[in-house]
Design a protein around this ligand. Structure first.
Ligand code: 5AD
Ligand code: SF4
Length: 437
C-alpha cells in the first residue's frame, strides 16, 4: 500500500482558525493525507493565517520564505495559504511569494480537496469566494476517533459591526449563523467521542441567530446533552449581550462563569471614532448587570491603545475603566493600521507614545490578573483535566474560571472532572489539592 501523504498545518491567530485547521485536516484526511508535526516530512504545507494586525500578516511571508529549501528538495511539495491573509491578499500572495501553489479563503474550505487536486497538476489554485453554502456542511464529517475533553465548535462567522480598525468584516464577510440543529448534532457527536466541555466560537458569537432564542437558546439546548458538562463562548460584542444571555449566566449551571467582552477603549470620543456604538458608561452598566446575575464571573477583554487621535486624556479614561471593571484576564494591542479599514486613513499616534501606553495598560491588567488569581487561593474549584503536568503524578486542567490548575492526582485520567481546593497562585496558573470527600 502506498504511504499516506503528509500534511503539515500551522495555525495563526484566533481559536476560530484552530477549529478551521482541525476541519481542514479532516477534509484532507478524506483525500488520504495524515497530519504531521514535522514540516520537513510534509507533502503539503498549509499556513492558516491571521490578518488582524500587521505583524501577524508579515509573519506569514517570512515563514513562507523559509520553505524554499524544502521545495528545492521535494519539488512535489505543495504550499498553501488559508485564512484571513489568503482572503485579504488573494493572488497577490502568489505574486509576492511564487512558492505558493494554493490560496484558500476562510469561507471556501470545503473546496480545499478540489484545490489541492488542481495544485497537484502543477497549476496554481485559488478560491476566495464567499459562497452561499455552509462550508462546514460540505466538509467531511469529523472522523469518529476519540477526542480530548475540550473542543471548539464554530457556530457563527463574520461580523456586521465594522469597527473602524478591524479587517474581520472584510476577511470573514457578513454574519452567518449555523442552524442550531446542525450545531447540536455536531455537539452530540463530540460528546460521544469524549468531549465534556465545548467552547462555542464566533467572531461575534453573541449575535448568533441560528436558534429562535439566539445564543442563550442554543446554550440551553446544549445544556440538555447528557455528558456535556461545560459550555463557554467567545468572542462577544457588548451590544449583543441580551437579557436572555445575561440570565443564562445566572441560571444555566453548565455555562461557565467566564466572559470575554471586549471594550477596546474607555474613552467615549475614541469609542465613537472606532464606530463601537456603545459608551464606556453603557459598558460598565452592562458589566454590573451581568455580575448581578453571576457575581463570581471572571471578565476578560480586548484593548487597543494608540488608536488615531487618542490623547493622554483618552488613554487615562481607558485606565479608569479598567480600574472600575477589574479584569481577570485581558489582551491589549497597539493599534495597527489595516489597509482598507476606515481608521487606516487617519493620522497615527507616534509609536513611542503608543508603546508606552501599552506598557502602562499591560502592567495594570497583569496586576489585576494576579489579584483575581490570588483571591482564588483557599476557594474550591472544579477542574477538568486535560493533560499530565510536568511533575510525576500531576495533572493539569482548567477551573470554571478558565484558570490553568496543576493538581497532584496520580490516579486521575484526562477528562476527569474533580473538586480541588486552590492552594497556590503562580505566575500564570494555580495549584490545587484534590478534595476526596
Ligand atoms: N490593531 C490593533 N488591534 C486590533 N484588533 C483588531 N483589529 C486591530 C487593529 N487594527 C484587536 C481588537 C480585537 C482583537 C481580536 O484584536 O482588540 O478585539
Ligand atoms: Fe472586528 Fe468589531 Fe467585528 Fe470584533 S465586533 S470582529 S472588532 S468589527
Amino acid at each position: 500500500m502506498a504511504e499516506p501523504k503528509k500534511l503539515f498545518i500551522k495555525t495563526y491567530g484566533c481559536q476560530m482558525n484552530v477549529y478551521d485547521s482541525e476541519r481542514m485536516a479532516e477534509a484532507m484526511g478524506g483525500e488520504g493525507y495524515v497530519q504531521t508535526a514535522r514540516v520537513e516530512d510534509a507533502d503539503m504545507i498549509l499556513l492558516n493565517t491571521c490578518h488582524i494586525r500587521e505583524k501577524a500578516a508579515e509573519k506569514v511571508y517570512s515563514e513562507l520564505g523559509r520553505f524554499k529549501p524544502l521545495k528545492a528538495e521535494n519539488p512535489d511539495l505543495k504550499i498553501g495559504v488559508a485564512g484571513c491573509v489568503a482572503q485579504a491578499e488573494g493572488e497577490e500572495i502568489m505574486r509576492r511569494q511564487p512558492l505558493v501553489d494554493l490560496v484558500v479563503g476562510p469561507q471556501a474550505y470545503h473546496r480545499l480537496p478540489d484545490l489541492a487536486a488542481k495544485a497537484a497538476t502543477g497549476a496554481k489554485a485559488l478560491d476566495t469566494d464567499f459562497p452561499e453554502e455552509d462550508k462546514f456542511e460540505h466538509l467531511n464529517a469529523r472522523p469518529k476517533a476519540k477526542r480530548g475533553p475540550t473542543a471548539f465548535l464554530t457556530v457563527q462567522e463574520g461580523c456586521d459591526k465594522f469597527c473602524a480598525f478591524c479587517v474581520v468584516p472584510y476577511t470573514r464577510g457578513a454574519e452567518v449563523s449555523r442552524p442550531a440543529a446542525r450545531v447540536l448534532s455536531e455537539a452530540r457527536d463530540l460528546v460521544g467521542r469524549g468531549v465534556r466541555e465545548i467552547t462555542l466560537l464566533g467572531q461575534n458569537v453573541n449575535a448568533y441567530h441560528g436558534h429562535d432564542k439566539g445564543l442563550a437558546g442554543l446554550i440551553w439546548a446544549l445544556a440538555e446533552i447528557d455528558g456535556l458538562e461545560r459550555i463557554r463562548f467567545t468572542t462577544s460584542h457588548p451590544n449583543d449581550m441580551d437579557d436572555a444571555l445575561i440570565d443564562a449566566h445566572g441560571t444555566c449551571e453548565k455555562l461557565m462563569p467566564y466572559l470575554h467582552l471586549p471594550v477596546q477603549s474607555g474613552s467615549d470620543r475614541i469609542l465613537k471614532a472606532m464606530n463601537r456604538k456603545h459608551t464606556a458608561e453603557s459598558y460598565i452598566r452592562l458589566i454590573e448587570r451581568i455580575r448581578a446575575a453571576r457575581p463570581d464571573l471572571l471578565l476578560s477583554g480586548d484593548f487597543i491603545v494608540g488608536f488615531p487621535g487618542e490623547t493622554e486624556q483618552d488613554f487615562a479614561d481607558t485606565m479608569a475603566l479598567v480600574e472600575t471593571v477589574e479584569y481577570g484576564q485581558a489582551y491589549s494591542f497597539k493599534y495597527s493600521a489595516r489597509p482598507g479599514t476606515p481608521a487606516a486613513e487617519k493620522q497615527a499616534v507616534p509609536t513611542e507614545v503608543a508603546d508606552e501606553r501599552l506598557q502602562t495598560l499591560q502592567a495594570l491588567l497583569s496586576r489585576q490578573q494576579h489579584d483575581v488569581q490570588n483571591r482564588m487561593v483557599g476557594r474550591r474549584a472544579k477542574v477538568l483535566f486535560e493533560k499530565p503536568g510536568r511533575l510525576e503524578g500531576q495533572m493539569v486542567g482548567k477551573s470554571e474560571h478558565l484558570h490553568a490548575v496543576h493538581v497532584h492526582a496520580p490516579e486521575a485520567e484526562r477528562g476527569d472532572l474533580v473538586s480541588v481546593e486552590i492552594v497556590e497562585s503562580a505566575a500564570n496558573s494555580l495549584a490545587g489539592r484534590l478534595i476526596t470527600s
